[in-house]
Write a protein that binds this ligand. Structure first.
Ligand SMILES: [Zn+2]
Ligand SMILES: [Zn+2]
Length: 105
């Protein structure tokens, strides 16, 4: 008898930058410890981008009362904002917020 394999949509992954084991929730697209992300999504979770470069957190800003991290892809230079997750490293975000964030759309 073969057991049916349960298809899990949320992927757990090990951070390539700091080695933290990240529990996937289905929406997790960055490491809560070092905050690095990967250039794979157009919208969070859709995995439509084939770039695969590491997205470096380069700044943080508060928008409409919520913190957002500004990312820059180390491979292609693409920049985008990303919402923080509740489990994200608050110290890192505080440090990032010291960098001036230009308006990137
Ligand atoms: Zn990490
Ligand atoms: Zn990229």
């Amino acid at each position: 008898m073969q057991q049916k394999k349960f298809i899990k949509r949320s992927e757990d992954f090990v951070c390539e930058v700091c080695g933290t084991k990240v529990k996937g929730t289905g929406y997790t697209d960055h490491c809560p410890s070092c905050l690095f992300s990967k250039h794979v999504d157009v919208f969070p979770g859709d995995r439509k981008i084939k770039c695969g470069g590491l997205m470096e957190p380069i700044g943080a800003t508060k928008r409409k009362g919520k913190w957002q991290i500004l990312y820059c892809c180390q491979k292609c230079g693409y920049k985008r904002f990303n919402k923080i997750a509740p489990e994200d490293n608050k110290e890192k975000i505080a440090k990032l917020s010291q960098y001036p964030v230009e308006n990137v759309k």
